[in-house]
Design a protein around this ligand. Sequence first.
Ligand SMILES: Cc1cc2nc3c(=O)[nH]c(=O)nc-3n(C[C@H](O)[C@H](O)[C@H](O)COP(=O)(O)O)c2cc1C
Ligand SMILES: CCCCCCC(=O)C(=O)O
Length: 410
Amino acid sequence: MSATHPHDLECLTIEQLEKIAADRMDKQTRDYYNEGADSGSTLAENRSAYQKYRIRPRVLRDVSKIDTSVDIFGFKNTIPMGVAPTAMQKLAHQDGELATARACREAGIVMGLSSFSTTSLEDVKGVLGAEQPGVLQLYLFEDREESRGLIARAKKAGFSAVALTVDTPMLGRRNLEMKNQFRLPRHLKSANFDRGGKEDGVVAEEKGDEASKRTRDRGDSRAGYHDGARWVSPTGRITFHSHGPNPTLNWERDIDWLKQQCHPEMEVWVKGIATGEDAILACHHGVDGIIVSNHGGRQLNGALATLDALPEVVDAVRSMNRKMPVHVDGGIRHGTDVFKALALGADFVWIGRPVLWGLAYKGQEGVRLCLKLLSDEFRLCMGLAGVTRVDEIGKEYLAKINRDGFVSKL
Ligand SMILES: Cc1cc2nc3c(=O)[nH]c(=O)nc-3n(C[C@H](O)[C@H](O)[C@H](O)COP(=O)(O)O)c2cc1C
Ligand SMILES: CCCCCCC(=O)C(=O)O
């Protein structure tokens, strides 16, 4: 990941990438990708939380050989960082998820794929190949058959895990998404659910089942956009607006069901844990891993920044004496952020928007650049902090800046 490249001089930080990408996206896409829910305070705090910590570097420790790699799903990932699942990547670039998969493969980095990708899970896994792990992000639909089919396909394609998103019982209030009446353009499709022709998107509503009745009662439709009060334009297609949110999800029924569908071939992770209490429940219900996430600030505005939620989740999992991995996402824009998250107890981090900005910038090449910037920065941070292996990173490397400006060791 350290070879220099001509494009590197054009864009040397993720902040620069964000700015360049903003100019390359149409307004609908830029707003959809970049906004958070409501006032966007959680979106902003996901980033600013990292400023509350400073690194305590150690010196005179031979750092001539640094190993940034970690093991994940039996794969030697080049850095403790993966690409978070984000929907509809062809909005950013015509090659969409395939470009991301190619860049992940090139960089030796695990890829998360959204259920609502614009490329099918089979095609993405085809690019990743047998070695490179893929994680399918799952929205568990009220129509179980649809989800059962998707899980079976992921298993067959060789995904290592599913990550059930649990912070979307309802869709967060995204003002620009509403204002723009955001929807997938006609030339793109939710590729995992598109069957083509007449059968395309035939869903339970047309079969008149109970789940659909509940969906109608909630005021949702089966496709389209939100007009501020309800979902509009019932076409019968499966869209993220119509099928993503599922208010019926619960620990008892759904996690056990999911484990039955996935194990032993695929692990079951939950994405969207933000409290110690839920981390303990995740342990009790035998999930294989947790991702501390607030959906990039797109769901519950006013929720804790993920870095602030991380310590209580880590403590809770440790209190259970279970070796369950704890990952975190949200607001990670620097290699030093990766280091800080690990020092606070995360085993691994995931990045969302920066990858989309890379895609918008230059497709595969832009994602490659994004991953390289963060990887190079992380390696440098390790060296300058006096660490040569990822498992050496602990809270002794951090100090916290309190509100009053005082610095305290952790
Ligand atoms: C445009 C966009 C689409 C997303 N789509 C999904 C999705 O389909 N499923 C999901 O679980 N999370 C989704 N996320 C959330 C990401 O997986 C991740 O939690 C978040 O982006 C991390 O924060 P960051 O963007 O600050 O890195 C999406 C995020 C964005 C910005
Ligand atoms: C919460 C319903 C599904 C949304 C799918 C895309 C997504 O996660 C996003 O944040 O946007």
